[in-house]
Design a binder for this molecule. Structure first.
Ligand SMILES: Cc1cc2nc3c(=O)[nH]c(=O)nc-3n(C[C@H](O)[C@H](O)[C@H](O)COP(=O)(O)OP(=O)(O)OC[C@H]3O[C@@H](n4cnc5c(N)ncnc54)[C@H](O)[C@@H]3O)c2cc1C
Length: 490
């Protein structure tokens, strides 16, 4: 059955236009095939798109966006669909433009330490493409074996190694974009600093609301001479938190510094069985040091001493790739492992100043008890980016609403202590209600102006990021009396 039978719009001629651009195989229109695309990693919200279109290059993306523009069709870009804030959630009657067939590495320039990729290239492939020559791509979300570079750019994704090396925006040199009227635009370039407005910086993190990135020039880094991973286990969160603060205060910036609590440790050991994470520890820290051999050798001892001074019970050190991988394996699988603790979990993503870590974790524990839902904590401790995983059962009526309320309280707590409502997962559909908690009317208005300049008809990813016009529940991107914000909730 074709979806057109259900929609008021006559899709037949539009489908023909899309097929002329991407071929018959590049247009998905069957109801059962469209089900795959009805949500991203935030599975509690679902909306089937009217159509999915799969372009292969910039010109095809431009032609598809032009057809949408001419026919007033809202569209949403989608990479791998691993986003956790509902950024790639379709809106009713929209075309989903999926970059899954845009998987080419277009140019590798080792001498100038840059690589040009299509947006559907998977994060991990970038490092794989250059690691033989001694290079790597630093931003490494835990989803790096499945998420796309286009999605990383749109979300300004972070990862374990972003403490020392910065998030995606620090590694994007230039972009080829298709903006919402279908024009092809280039921003940034092949050299680090370009004159004029920093439109590359503006686009990174814009969550698909300003256009579609179709070619991305990334900075690649030399693989460090030496890498060492330390695992320290603690009897209390306070001690682990104090060790984090002391390591940074000592002027040591680890490549990554991650914390996991007892619930996460046991979930990971149940599922991945690393055998490295002590099940009775209240918290563990995973600390990766990298750089010159002499620097790593010295800092390894300094970090171990700081951990011991803060009550660490045991410290395991690994320099060989195999053991390092084993130590990291559990952390990288932590979200997936949480799926074994309860039928469902809700990942929150907020940032707090590092110094507030202990107090905020205590308050999260109090909220957990108040609401009656267990919360596992696994997070980027070095940069204060928390990921409380709220465990619940979606089959219980009203559970999701309560969990969302609890998640909201955690975000407001982050803002109260001087932090932010998102560290790396973006705002999407999920957190737009909280934008006024962080930004003033004038701040939000200014952001909306920018969006309007790129996206005057409101067709690109409508209803995301902003609680348009001002508060939740009001019409998002209302246009010509039509509201593009109707999603089913499961
Ligand atoms: C298990 C798990 C672990 C995760 N760990 C991390 C982590 O450590 N750090 C982190 O930052 N995130 C993490 N994430 C979240 C997610 O993987 C990232 O946000 C990722 O960047 C999304 O990429 P994607 O290709 O799946 O994008 P999608 O989910 O498909 O899309 C995300 C957003 O990008 C837009 N978009 C996609 N492609 C383009 C494009 N070419 N041009 C313009 N806009 C586009 C979409 O419209 C949407 O708004 C995790 C997710 C999971 C499921």
């Amino acid at each position: 059955m074709l979806i057109q039978e259900k929609q008021q719009r006559n899709w037949k001629p539009i489908i023909k236009q899309f097929e002329a651009v991407v071929g018959k195989n590049g247009v998905v229109q069957r109801r059962e095939e469209l089900l795959t695309y009805e949500c991203d990693g935030l599975t509690s919200y679902r909306q089937r798109p009217a159509l999915v279109v799969l372009p292969r290059n910039t010109e095809q993306v431009a032609a598809v966006v032009k057809i949408c523009d001419q026919n007033q069709i809202p569209w949403v870009a989608r990479g791998a669909g691993t986003g956790l804030s509902g950024g790639a959630l379709p809106v009713e009657d929209c075309v989903l433009i999926v970059t899954a067939l845009m998987k080419q590495i277009l140019d590798v320039d080792l001498e100038n330490q840059r690589i040009v990729v299509q947006p559907g290239v998977i994060n991990n492939w970038v490092t794989q493409a250059v690691s033989g020559a001694g290079f790597y791509y630093a931003p490494d979300p835990s989803s790096q074996i499945i998420c796309s570079i286009g999605g990383n750019v749109a979300e300004n994704s972070g990862g374990v190694h972003c403490l020392k090396y910065g998030v995606t925006t620090n590694h994007v040199m230039g972009l080829k974009l298709v903006i919402p009227d279908g024009s092809i635009v280039e921003v940034g370039g092949q050299v680090p600093e370009m004159p004029g407005y920093d439109l590359t910086g503006l686009f990174v993190g814009s969550e698909g609301t300003l256009g579609i990135a179709t070619e991305i020039t990334l900075r690649i880094l030399k693989t460090p001479e030496s890498i060492c991973v330390l695992l320290a286990d603690f009897n209390s969160i306070e001690d682990a938190g104090a060790a984090v603060a002391d390591i940074i205060s000592a002027g040591i910036i680890p490549g990554g510094m991650e914390m996991m609590d007892n619930l996460s440790i046991n979930a990971v050991e149940d599922v991945v069985a690393t055998g490295c994470y002590p099940r009775d520890a209240v918290a563990i820290l995973l600390i990766e040091l990298d750089g010159l051999e002499v620097e790593v050798a010295t800092n390894k001892h300094r970090v171990a001493d700081i951990c011991k001074q803060n009550g660490a019970r045991n410290i395991t050190t690994a320099s060989d790739p195999e053991t390092r991988y084993k130590l990291w394996k559990g952390r990288k699988a932590a979200f997936a492992a949480a799926g074994h603790l309860s039928p469902d979990y809700f990942v929150q993503d907020g940032v707090i100043p590092r110094t507030q870590l202990v107090g905020v974790l205590q308050e999260i524990e109090e909220l957990s008890q108040k609401y009656g839902y267990a919360i596992a904590n696994v997070f980027h401790a070095g940069d204060g980016n928390l990921h409380p995983l709220i465990l619940y059962d979606n089959a219980v009526p009203g559970a999701l609403e309560k969990v969302e309320e609890l998640g909201g309280e955690i975000l407001r707590l982050c803002v109260k202590v001087g932090g932010s409502i998102s560290g790396e997962h973006g705002i999407g559909s999920d957190k737009k209600c909280f934008m006024p908690d962080m930004f003033s009317e004038a701040d939000l208005e200014t952001m909306q102006w920018v969006r309007q300049v790129f996206n005057p008809k409101g067709l690109a990813n409508p209803g995301k990021i902003f609680p348009t016009p001002r508060t939740c529940g009001e019409a998002a991107n209302a246009q010509n009396g039509k509201q593009f914000e109707s999603v089913e909730r499961f």
